[in-house]
Design a protein around this ligand. Structure first.
Ligand SMILES: Nc1ncnc2c1ncn2[C@@H]1O[C@H](COP(=O)(O)OP(=O)(O)OP(=O)(O)O)[C@@H](O)[C@H]1O
Ligand SMILES: [Mg+2]
Length: 333
């Protein structure tokens, strides 16, 4: 790892699988992109993994991602040095799995194209989740001359409810399988998820009531599954920042050169700005404390960044903020 890497970041990047989840819109994808960028910068080859029907991560990781990065693929696509992306499509991954198991490419294609088989898949709950996790497990085991080919997989997991069912699936399915290769693979997936050296769960929230409540519930369920969580991330916060300078200046601009108010509304507007700010700060601080108490460790607080987070520049800024928060929360031992 690069010498600039803090001990806390180094510990995190030594894991093999990071699973990021939280309420919708809290910044899961942005954080996955930022973590992947931090890893690559530290010299750890990272794969940012997503499972949705449309790829959202490539533009956050590269200013000119290749078209192939947006398509579902079997192998991670390189976007930058040590920075890869993979969009998992469950149907394609199931085909790959069956081909590997049966070694009969054409027969598998024929089965997969069969309408009856497709209907069967539609009614079998959880197979998508299982095959997605199975793919991660498979990738984590690949080696080149004794070294992991994909040392760090970072999963942009679905939001709370679906994210949880994804992680519960191996336990749910396992009971229905006595033996055979599928049972062996499901056991492998469960072991990977529960291995606290290899796998960590990262919960993302905003400093607001509902996202924090969801993060706390999710953490409880994830712990029941035997999956270890990192400190929670509280994204888009500004509790300790000084009063927003632009807003203050706008309010002050309504005063004349001598500092005397041009109209009787100006001081009121200023007072309103100030009390608005202090109420927001207090609310945010309360939610951050709640989140930290629930996890039994201080939340990693990330700022609400002023620039748009729709490209690699924004990702780099968020990566920097995450690294700072991590280093501050866990000073070098
Ligand atoms: N720290 C931040 N500062 C400013 N904007 C942010 C920050 N984090 C995320 N955003 C913005 O918030 C929005 C939601 O972020 P993102 O798409 O990463 O959330 P998500 O949890 O992945 O959402 P979804 O549940 O829809 O997948 C985006 O417009 C993103 O650019
Ligand atoms: Mg997302």
């Amino acid at each position: 790892m690069s010498p600039a890497t803090s001990p806390a970041l180094e510990r995190l990047l030594r894991r093999r699988l990071l699973i990021v989840s939280g309420k919708g819109g809290t910044g899961k994808s942005s954080l996955v992109a930022a973590l992947s960028r931090s890893a690559a910068r530290a010299g750890v080859r990272a794969v940012a993994v997503e499972t949705g029907p449309e790829a959202v991560l490539p533009p956050l990781l590269s200013s000119s991602p290749p078209a192939s990065a947006f398509e579902a693929s079997r192998t991670p696509v390189e976007l930058d040095r040590d920075l890869y992306h993979l969009r998992i499509d469950p149907l394609e991954t199931l085909t790959e799995y069956l081909e590997l198991q049966l070694g009969l490419r054409r027969a598998v294609r024929a089965v997969m194209a069969n309408a009856g088989f497709q209907r069967l898949l539609d009614v079998a709950p959880g197979w998508r989740d299982l095959i997605t996790l199975g793919k991660l497990w498979y990738l984590s085991r690949l080696e080149d001359r004794g070294a992991a080919r994909w040392p760090l997989l970072i999963l942009d997991a679905p939001a709370t409810g679906h994210g949880l069912s994804l992680l519960t699936t191996p336990d749910a399915v396992r009971g229905t399988l006595r033996s055979g290769p599928l049972r062996k693979h499901v056991d492998g997936v469960r072991e990977l998820l529960r291995d606290t050296d290899r796998t960590r769960f990262l919960s993302v929230a905003l400093p607001e009531e509902l996202p924090v409540s969801e993060a706390l519930e999710l953490a409880e369920r994830v712990a029941e599954l035997g999956i270890r969580a990192e400190a929670p991330v509280c994204n888009r916060s500004a509790p300790d920042a000084p009063l927003d300078a632009d807003r203050l200046l706008r309010a002050l601009a309504r005063l004349d050169g001598t500092g005397a108010p041009q109209g009787w509304l100006a001081p009121d507007a200023l007072a309103a700005e100030l009390s608005d700010w202090s109420r927001r700060s207090e609310r945010e601080r309360g939610q951050i404390e709640r989140l930290s108490r629930g996890f039994g460790r201080p939340a990693l607080v990330l700022p609400d960044l002023p620039q748009p987070l729709d490209g690699p520049g924004g990702t780099l800024a968020l990566a920097g903020a995450f690294e700072t928060a991590l280093a501050q929360a866990e000073p070098a031992r």
